[in-house]
Design a binder for this molecule. Sequence first.
Ligand SMILES: Cc1ncc(COP(=O)(O)O)c(C=O)c1O
Length: 393
Amino acid sequence: MTFGKAIRSEWFLDEDVIFLNHGSFGACPRSVLAVQREWQSRMEAEPVRFMTRELPGHLDAARAELATFVGARTEDLVFVQNATDGANAVLRSLLPTFKPGDELLTSSQAYRAVRQTMVYVAGLSGANVVDAALPFPIADADEVTDAIARAITPRTTFAVIDHITSSTGVIFPFKQIIALFKERGIPVLIDGAHAPGQIELDLNTLGADYYVGNCHKWLYAPKGAALLWVDKKHQSKIHPTVISHFLGGGYQTEFGWTGTLDPTAFLSVPAGIEFHRTLAAQGSREYTQRMLLDARSDISAALGVSLAAPVEMLANLCTIPLPGDPDATEESALNLHDVLFDEYRIEVPAMIANGKLCVRASSQVYNDRSDFDALKEALVDLAGAGRIALGNE
Ligand SMILES: Cc1ncc(COP(=O)(O)O)c(C=O)c1O
């Protein structure tokens, strides 16, 4: 199969939009959505039989396939609706264990929804949320590990660290980071919202205490499919965000029913995995990575900025800082997004990372270089019109 425009019709993507934001909500292929519709038809043909008799077995089968894909034991992994849900399940279950003065450590690049969950449990327990100040641009992986190590204190009781950050698109040196916490006996939740499908995972050997990851971003699953992995030794403490019938039934049973919902996104995860495998066998990783790196160099050079992160810390996302706007605010970022969309038909997120106005591009098999060239031209055009600045690096 060839990639780029030749494969784009596998998605419902709007032909009038240059779509460089797979990272925010994924984009589910038509064939996977067809599988989901098939599940929905089966469910609606006899909802009671499906929900009460058939669903548990189907869920177990889907979980087993996902577990194999992410290198986990099936019994350690459960479905949740999204990474936010999984992080809430862990943090809210642990709420009674946090005490006044405890420090819940995260980083300045943490995803806001997850950090807000930390703020919520900290507010109820008297603990404090502490942010390790991470650099961006990042020169090397040690800068991240060192910054996190410096932020650990004797009061640090729990940590939430990203695997791949949302704002900077950087893959953190998670083995070193997990080791930092392990040495000190501090449990850690890894927020891998962007990891499944983007990078190889082996949760059995990762050494985390808790791990959340989305299937609806890079694993091509329908929206509302994510995984929560919990080390066996913690499972009895962890309950779903929504408590339902099976409270007390144990980790897998409790997460197996959290009230009536459409479980077909979970059941379609194997179809997403299959789609991913087929593309990977045809070289999707190499295609998307090469395109991203080349485009990043090109756009950065055109804007006069240096590369913001080392190649080995990137997979399918890259964040490019825009030069020369020290007063950039969240509002300027939203404004830039809207200008790029409204005037250039480019869907790409603009954000503030470490005080800098940036754009973050995603590289997917349905993209080709012309998409990234369009982004470059739009940014250069805006700079030429004095609407954003150009750098001199
Ligand atoms: C690092 C990170 N964590 C958590 C999330 C939340 O994902 P969801 O909205 O699927 O819960 C995101 C979403 O982009 C993210 O980038």
